[in-house]
Design a protein around this ligand. Structure first.
Ligand code: ADP
Ligand code: MG
Ligand code: ZN
Length: 615
């Protein structure tokens, strides 16, 4: 465990003391007359002066702008004077009279008050700075020094294991990734066992996986399981506006970790600092480069026996600087895949634990409907379903809640309030049915899961194709089929209404993207014209502007464009052929959709059953 920093005094204690001192001064200077004189009659200063002239007063006391007088009969009077008027001005200086005139000098107390008022903001500032620097230094556990300006200190958080009890059991699925890190945790617990065997445990482990697959969660589980200090930082925390700060934070982080070894350092989202160096043409990324260099130095700097392990997480391993991945650095990669069917069911079960599900709810079915969902998405589905159940005042979460939640998470919430004119609705209906029919008749297309003309998110309608199983390879034909069904909306608009609308822009974008990657990345273009070569386009930024850089000639660029166009047009032709053939069906389904707003998979498939029977 890190050495305990001395117990810090809360800065508010100082503030309280200042306030007390101030109050004391105010009291002694007499501003707060706690005893409060009784039965004092307030009279104008001229009347008081009259009484003085007439020898009716025993005493006169002048304090600030108050004149307090006692008559010979013991009555008390109070008057107010101009602050600048002195006893001469008022005429209380007649030495022939018996009245005792006393001027009480409050400037002593005033002076203290003035000093206090002048100094207080400054004191506050000093205390505030001390407070800040302590916090910055204090979060390092051992943080010695730091001074009032501890910006160079690492902001790493040490996990308090009593509070963060994430365990490996909280990570569902991801079995391979878990196995790998279990080994690491075991090494830190019993280093001797491994060293005796001559085994070397890697210094750096890179967790790689799409966003939401549970990288941060797994790291937290390691922290919960390992019996060693766990220093956690996020890559973005290194990058601040002061040049040199990142590097000094890295140094500080490794220093503290080494002092507490065996220990784990976790750098989340390392791509924020670990991007390839020398990319910024203007040298604008100096800060990041310095930070990265420092990390590399530190990784090389500790020998394997220190029992220090650095774990980093990223969803962009492709942009990481090659130097980071060299042997002896982050040479071991642990991939966290998108969850497959079983893993999805396990994740759903895990997040269903604290919710009451209706009897007969089948989470496996939900898992089968959520191909391509990440762990975070699935958690979101469970949560949305629970919210829906509460909204509908149910006691338990039903399968219907879950289905609705799946739709909401994958397509955004329904937006029934959006105003859509009847003619627009008609276009949307035909557009969506166009997608569905074009997709339905392709050989490799995913089955239609649902068609809807209720707006969701930014989409006016949706045709939802749902893969039935996890797939890891996409064939050429499948990509072409996908383009064909994407054309369906626009082609249907043209066939039915004689013109197209702006509603197809997103479809076209996706079509172009598919065609382009088929040719430029997968080598599926005409082999004589282009061939199986990967063509890369890089964008660099200079002075805030983006520049594109191609690693191929203009002639090749033209050939690529022609091939892309050919692919897109071929798919469109294919789509048109299908829709023309089934035009009456398209119209019929669209009419029904206009009425029902939603068509389920079964309802959609029923149209084809009846058609078959007729034939
Ligand atoms: P990443 O860091 O990979 O982007 P996170 O670790 O932040 O993803 O995951 C976000 C949330 O999703 C987690 O807090 C957790 O609730 C849920 N989650 C993700 N993967 C899993 C999993 N395998 N098991 C259980 N929950 C998961
Ligand atoms: Mg994360
Ligand atoms: Zn569309």
């Amino acid at each position: 465990m890190p050495k305990n920093a001395p117990k810090k005094t809360n800065p508010f204690v100082y503030l309280f003391i200042i306030a007390l001192i101030g109050a004391a001064f105010a009291l002694f200077s007499g501003d707060m007359n706690l005893l409060g004189p009784q039965q004092v009659e307030e009279i104008p200063i001229t009347r008081l002066m009259e009484k003085y002239e007439n020898n009716q007063l025993k005493t006169v006391e002048i304090k600030d702008n108050q004149v307090l007088a006692e008559s010979l009969e013991g009555e008390m009077f109070r008057s107010y004077k101009e602050p600048t008027a002195n006893i001469q001005d008022l005429g209380f200086n007649d030495l022939t009279k018996d009245t005792s005139v006393e001027v009480i000098d409050t400037s002593g107390g005033k002076m203290w008050m003035n000093i206090l008022i002048g100094v207080a903001p400054f004191l506050l500032l000093v205390f505030f700075l001390i407070f800040l620097s302590r916090r910055a230094a204090g979060s390092m556990g051992g943080g010695e020094g730091g001074g009032p300006f501890g910006f160079g200190k690492s902001k790493a958080k040490i996990y308090d294991k009593t509070k963060h009890r994430t365990k490996f059991t909280d990570v569902a699925g991801a079995q391979e990734a878990k196995d790998e890190v279990v080994e690491v945790v075991d090494f830190l617990k019993n280093p001797k066992k491994y060293l005796k065997m001559g085994a070397k445990i890697p210094k750096g482990i890179l967790l790689v996986g799409a966003p939401g697959t549970g990288k941060t969660l797994l790291a937290r589980a390691i922290a919960g399981e390992a019996d060693v200090p766990f220093f956690s930082v996020s890559g973005s925390e290194f990058v601040e506006m002061f040049v040199g700060v990142g590097a000094s934070r890295v140094r500080d982080l490794f220093k503290s970790a080494k002092r507490n070894a065996p220990a784990i350092i976790f750098i989340d989202e390392i791509d924020a600092i670990g991007k390839q160096r020398g990319q910024g043409m203007g040298g604008g990324h100096d800060e990041r480069e310095q930070t990265l260099n420092q990390i590399l130095t530190e990784l090389d700097g500790f020998d394997p026996d220190t029992s220090l392990i650095v774990i980093a997480a990223t969803n962009r391993p492709d942009v990481l600087d090659k130097a980071l991945l060299r042997p002896g650095r982050f040479d071991r990669r642990v991939h966290i895949d998108m969850p497959d069917m079983d893993a999805r069911a396990q994740i759903l079960e895990l997040h269903a634990k604290n919710k009451t599900l209706s009897k007969g709810v089948d989470l496996k079915k939900v898992a089968s409907q959520t191909v391509g969902f990440s762990g975070a998405d699935l958690e979101n589905v469970m949560n949305e379903a629970a919210i829906l159940a509460v909204k509908k005042q149910q006691k338990t979460v039903t399968q219907a809640n879950l289905n609705e939640a799946v739709e909401k998470v994958s397509m955004g919430p329904e937006r029934r309030s959006r105003r859509i004119t009847p003619s627009e609705r008609k276009i949307i209906a035909h557009h969506e049915v166009g997608h569905a029919i074009a997709g339905h008749f392709t050989e490799n297309g995913e089955p239609v899961h649902k068609i809807s003309i209720i707006s969701r998110g930014s989409a006016l309608g949706v045709t939802w194709f749902l893969p039935e199983e996890d797939k890891y390879l996409m064939s050429e034909q499948k990509m072409k089929d996908e383009m064909t069904s994407l054309h369906g909306g626009r082609v249907a608009e043209r066939l039915i209404f004689g013109q197209t609308t702006s509603g197809a822009s997103n479809d076209l974008e996706r079509i172009s993207r598919i065609a382009r990657s088929m040719i430029m990345t997968y080598g599926m273009g005409d082999q004589k014209k282009i061939g199986p070569v990967v063509f890369a386009e890089k964008s660099k930024s200079y002075a805030g502007l983006d520049f594109h850089e191609k690693d191929f000639s203009e002639a090749t660029a033209r050939a690529i464009d022609q091939e892309v166009q050919r692919f897109v047009l071929e798919a469109e032709k294919e789509c048109e052929k299908t829709l023309k053939k089934h035009l009456p069906l398209l119209k019929k389904i669209a009419t029904d959709l206009l009425e029902k707003e939603n068509l389920s998979r079964e309802e959609f498939l029923a149209y084809f059953e009846t058609q078959k029977k007729k034939v």
